[in-house]
Write a protein that binds this ligand. Structure first.
Ligand code: SAH
Ligand code: SF4
Ligand code: F3S
Length: 456
């Protein structure tokens, strides 16, 4: 028997119950995927599975995949190759592909890899445990299942069964809306996640209350277009935020990702009224600084419209910091248009920028656009943008030195395990020395800074 297998069987004996099996989940992609993996873990543990130590000792391996850019999707296929020896050693091993690649590729995944047992799209996540049960019961047809129906089970997921992985137990994600009704011309999400579906506000507030009573201080509301939230009674994010902020024990609220076109005055007012519980940081993806490019991306706003939103937010909440996503090298993007993105980044002065080279994705409108750019040119633009942004962030972060900040401690810093790491309400990462524990709210004095973090 494999050493690791032995170890987890010993652990099972120690807690005196026979596990259904050992599971291992690998997650790519956005917060929605991270949270879906938490839901999957919770569902598996409800069915008696225990967490494996790693790939080596698992009976069930789930890959929760991302298809937003080509690289992410290809990575998954190369990873599948690595599972061949595991499968040879243990023919009973079950491998499931979940997430956005599952939705997009469906049955084709079996053609590219023979280690996969089943494929389940993100809207069918709740069916994974049923498929596993069928496999355990020897149903020969269960291996080879593809389920890519747009079900709504995941939004009705039993919320007390989620295995929370956040910051000690200090932070948790809460689903409020799934799917996306936009049609940005470069994006696969509307195809992989389906149309928007919103969870009733009462159910969300119930989960928030239950988390707060368990000591969770920070909650982050999740959705691909979280500010499009509107439940059947007409409640929007502008109703949800103040109501959640009222709940005892809730110290910090965040929400991601917001669409600029749906950032209404009413929502800005609600954020201001519920601050500082609603944290002074907003991720508001702009994608490009040129109105022409934005039009070809079909974003539903232009440069001026976007800047008006930032101005409206800053007027109400002067301390608010911003983050964004940018795509460079979109088909037809001229040098001047690219420079408009550079100037917009300077004008807004973001503290966090996620920047990507445009990647062609299957079944998207942008494939029909002229003006595709060589890879090298896109990467050169990306390099210029990142260099400019790094200088700006270094300068902005230096202004923090000397201040005292409140940090929600996440755990040990990955780079330097001697240090702790956590975030301020403004979402600034702080690495610091001293005594602390995960999930603690701690006051930290800032002594130094770099482009990407503050040091205390
Ligand atoms: N729902 C969010 C973003 C979802 S995807 C929004 O509307 O802003 C996360 C980021 O990936 C996007 O903001 C975009 O910057 C990037 N992205 C999406 N499709 C891409 C593509 N085809 N090529 C490169 N980057 C892409
Ligand atoms: Fe994709 Fe646009 Fe929807 Fe965001 S809003 S998920 S970029 S289609
Ligand atoms: Fe990726 Fe799907 Fe999220 S494509 S970014 S995991 S919605």
């Amino acid at each position: 028997m494999h050493k690791l297998q032995e170890r987890s069987l010993l652990r099972e004996k120690a807690d005196g119950r026979k596990a259904t099996g050992r599971y291992h989940i690998e997650t790519w992609g956005c917060q929605m995927n991270v949270h879906d993996s938490e839901k999957l873990s919770g569902a598996l543990e409800r069915d008696g599975y225990v967490r494996a130590d790693g790939r080596e000792d698992a009976d069930v391996i789930l890959l929760n995949t991302c298809s937003i850019r080509e690289k992410a999707a290809e990575k998954m296929f190369s990873e599948l190759g690595r599972f061949v020896p595991y499968k040879r050693r243990n023919p009973e091993l079950v491998i499931g592909v979940c997430g956005c690649v599952a939705q997009q590729e469906g049955e084709r995944i079996f053609r590219r890899s023979d280690v996969v047992d089943f494929v389940v799209g993100p809207r069918a996540t709740a069916t994974v445990t049923r498929t596993l049960e069928r496999i355990r019961n020897g149903d020969v047809q269960a291996r080879g299942t593809v389920d890519t129906e747009y079900r709504n089970d995941s939004i009705r997921f039993p919320y007390d069964e989620i295995r929370r992985e956040g910051v000690g137990t200090g932070k948790a994600f809460v689903t409020v809306i799934e799917g996306c009704n936009h049609r940005c011309t470069y994006c696969v999400v509307p195809n992989t996640r389906g149309r928007e579906i919103c969870r009733p506000m009462t159910s969300i507030l119930g989960e928030v209350g239950s988390l707060a009573s368990q000591g969770v201080m920070e909650m982050e509301f999740l959705g691909q277009t979280v500010n499009a939230y509107r439940d059947e009674d007409g409640n929007t994010l502008a109703d949800l935020l103040p109501a959640a902020a009222e709940i005892e024990g809730v110290r910090r609220l965040r929400f991601t990702t917001s669409h600029p076109a749906q950032m209404t005055d009413r929502l800005m007012d609600a954020m201001a009224s519920a601050s500082p519980t609603v944290c002074p940081y907003l991720h508001l993806p702009v994608q490009a600084g040129s109105s022409e490019v934005l039009k070809r991306m079909r974003r539903g706003y232009d440069r001026e419209g976007y800047l008006r939103k930032i101005e409206g937010l800053r007027r109400r909440m002067p301390d608010m910091l911003f983050g964004t996503d940018v795509i460079v090298g979109f088909p037809g993007e001229s040098e001047e248009q690219f420079e408009e993105t550079l100037s917009l980044l300077n004008e807004v002065a973001y503290d966090t920028v996620y920047s990507f080279a445009y990647s062609e994705r299957p079944a998207t409108k942008a494939l029909e656009l002229d003006g595709g750019m060589p890879q090298a040119e896109k990467h050169e633009r990306l390099r210029r943008l990142q260099e400019q942004q790094k200088t700006l962030q270094e300068r902005r972060n230096r202004q923090w030195v000397g201040r005292d900040v409140e940090v929600l401690v996440e755990g040990r810093s990955k780079r330097n395990p001697e240090r702790w790491t956590g975030r301020t309400p403004e979402n600034r990462v702080v690495n610091f020395d001293g005594e602390a524990f995960p999930g603690q709210l701690k006051n930290v004095k800032l002594l130094d800074s770099s482009a990407f973090c503050l040091i205390g």
